[in-house]
Each structure stands twice: as structure tokens, then as C-alpha cells.
Design a protein around this ligand. Structure first.
Ligand SMILES: [Zn+2]
Length: 212
């Protein structure tokens, strides 16, 4: 099974990718993780990538594809893999085809903007011990205080409504064309994110044809 996962921030794409990775016994491949490991290796290429990132530059499609190609040639990818956060652009998706990488399905996890806002903007983190809470789904016993250490609970910059709206806008701009691209190729399936994790898993399995 060679799968691509799409989905807006906050839809639980990473969690579902993890679940499917276990279910099918195939690795979950995120370009972010590959890049971090290449940088950690200290190789020449790793140094080049680190310089690019430190200077606030994007890594070129060419370099990303080179990294992905090397990764999927590793033995644990023999039975397939799940791309999480890749491809990000039509150019990358087209390059996959040119490299004769055949994808079986593209799974998009959908969630409305209101649900995403509610989910992400309700998240809180302890400023001292980093324990996580959610004002509705997992509230602390005392409002604004960490159950574990009594530290102050804060809303991360990433989870502030304005930042979320910006992240969503970026997502729609880059991903809407990808969805159309794969839909046209007959590869796109969609699952709606649910309030409960188990329910989302069921929707995902239905979308993949594993459940009726
Ligand atoms: Zn704490």
C-alpha cells in the first residue's frame, strides 16, 4: 500500500497516518523527519540543508525529491509507505510520476474550518512541564493551572486564532490543487474527521475500502 495523506492542520492527519502505519506494517514518511535525520547525520548534504533552513530558505523540490527517493529505497519500504506532508505541490506530485512511483490512494482527512478553529484554539500547554490540555475536551481541574505541576497554562502562538486562520489559508492555497490533481487521476478518497478518535479511524477504514 502506497498512500499519500492530505489534511488541514488540526484534522488529525498525523495520528491517522500513525494508525495506518501500524495496521499495514509500513512506515510513515514525513519529509520533515527525513530532513531532521539528514541534518543530524552531519553529512555534507545535511550541512547544506541546515544552512538553507537557518537562513529561512525553503528546500528545493529537487532536494526534497532526492531525499524521498533515497528513503523509499530502504528495506522497510518494500511493502509500501505512507507519505505525510508530501507532496506539497503539483510539481512534486508530477515528479513522483516521472520517477515511476505509483501511488495506490490519496486519503484526505476533512474537517470544517470552524471545527479546526475550535480544536486548535482550545489547546493549552503548561508553561513549565509542557503537559497538554484542551479547554473543552481535556480541561485542567483548576482553570489555567496545570494538574501536574501547578504551572500556568498558555495558548501556543501556533494555536492562536489568527495564526490558525493563516495556516489554513496557506493549506488551502497549496493543497486544493493537489486534491483536484489526484481526484482527476481517480486516486482521491476522503474521510471526515470526527470528535472521537475511534470514529475517525472507522471513517478512514471505510474510505480505504476496509470497512463497509
Ligand atoms: Zn505543568
Amino acid at each position: 500500500m502506497k498512500l499519500i495523506m492530505l489534511g488541514p492542520p488540526g484534522a488529525g492527519k498525523g495520528t491517522q497516518a500513525e494508525f495506518l502505519s501500524e495496521k499495514y506494517g509500513i512506515p510513515q514518511i514525513s519529509t520533515g523527519a527525513i530532513i531532521r535525520s539528514v541534518i543530524a547525520s552531519g553529512s555534507e548534504f545535511g550541512k547544506k540543508l541546515k544552512d538553507l533552513i537557518d537562513n529561512g530558505n525553503l528546500i528545493s523540490d529537487e532536494d526534497v525529491l532526492k531525499l524521498v527517493k533515497e528513503r523509499i529505497e530502504e528495506p522497510d519500504c518494500a511493502n509500501g509507505y505512507i507519505f505525510d506532508g508530501f507532496p506539497r505541490t503539483i510539481a512534486q506530485a508530477e515528479a513522483l510520476i516521472k520517477m515511476d512511483i505509483v501511488i495506490d490512494k490519496v486519503l484526505s482527512i476533512e474537517l470544517s474550518d470552524e471545527e479546526i478553529l475550535k480544536r486548535l484554539s482550545g489547546r493549552r500547554e503548561c508553561a513549565s512541564c509542557r503537559a497538554t490540555y484542551h479547554i473543552e475536551d481535556k480541561p485542567s481541574k483548576v482553570e489555567g493551572k496545570c494538574d501536574r505541576c501547578g504551572g500556568e497554562l498558555i495558548c501556543r502562538e501556533d494555536d492562536k486564532p489568527e495564526t490558525i486562520k493563516h495556516r489554513l489559508a496557506v493549506y488551502y492555497e497549496s493543497t486544493a490543487p493537489l486534491k483536484a490533481f489526484y481526484k482527476e487521476k481517480g486516486l482521491l478518497v476522503t474521510a471526515h474527521g470526527q470528535k472521537l478518535l475511534e470514529d475517525t479511524k472507522r471513517e478512514v477504514l471505510k474510505a480505504l475500502g476496509e470497512l463497509k
